[in-house]
Design a binder for this molecule. Sequence first.
Ligand SMILES: *[C@@H]1O[C@H](CO)[C@@H](O)[C@H](O)[C@H]1NC(C)=O
Length: 184
Amino acid sequence: MNRSTFLSILFTLSLIFISHAHLAASTINFKLYQDVCIEYGVRVNPNNIRVCLTALESDPRIPQAKTYAELSSLIIEQAMKNSTISQHYLKNLMKTDPSPAIKECANQDYDGIIKAFKNALDNVIPNPQTAINYLRRDLGYAEGKCSDAIKNDPKSYFEVNVLINNLDFYTAIAELSLNHLIDK
Ligand SMILES: *[C@@H]1O[C@H](CO)[C@@H](O)[C@H](O)[C@H]1NC(C)=O
């Protein structure tokens, strides 16, 4: 077998592995957070698996999480901290650039986003489906308003779009983790 054939088989195997991530995860016994990051990679792009692992490993409690309830709570806590820092950034930006879009994001939208994470956190144990609903409905609404305001502003706010992408990341993995708590 020549080198390129070998590489092509390896590539195909990796695709099969990725498309059977659920099976692989139960067979190989990944840690829970690794399982969630693989699912995220399957959904978005396999290249995002590493980014996801690195982000979650920044909280040393996450690799130790033994239940999906614990993992979901820790992910949402990390998301809340991350969004709080984003809101500080926006409030600072507002001092030099008080455009309607920045004001909107920095105040009611990020207030709504952080509140939705808090409500989701409070519901992880009693009702994971309600937690997901807070992320989809309340957080989705506030994020959509900020994102539309930024899009409609003639200035291009690259950094704000990065913050919004971080939110997309956290809501996606929080939901993937919460899904494990829901009987299907
Ligand atoms: C917020 O989260 C993103 C995605 O995990 C990360 O890249 C970024 O560094 C975080 N920001 C802070 C201030 O921790």
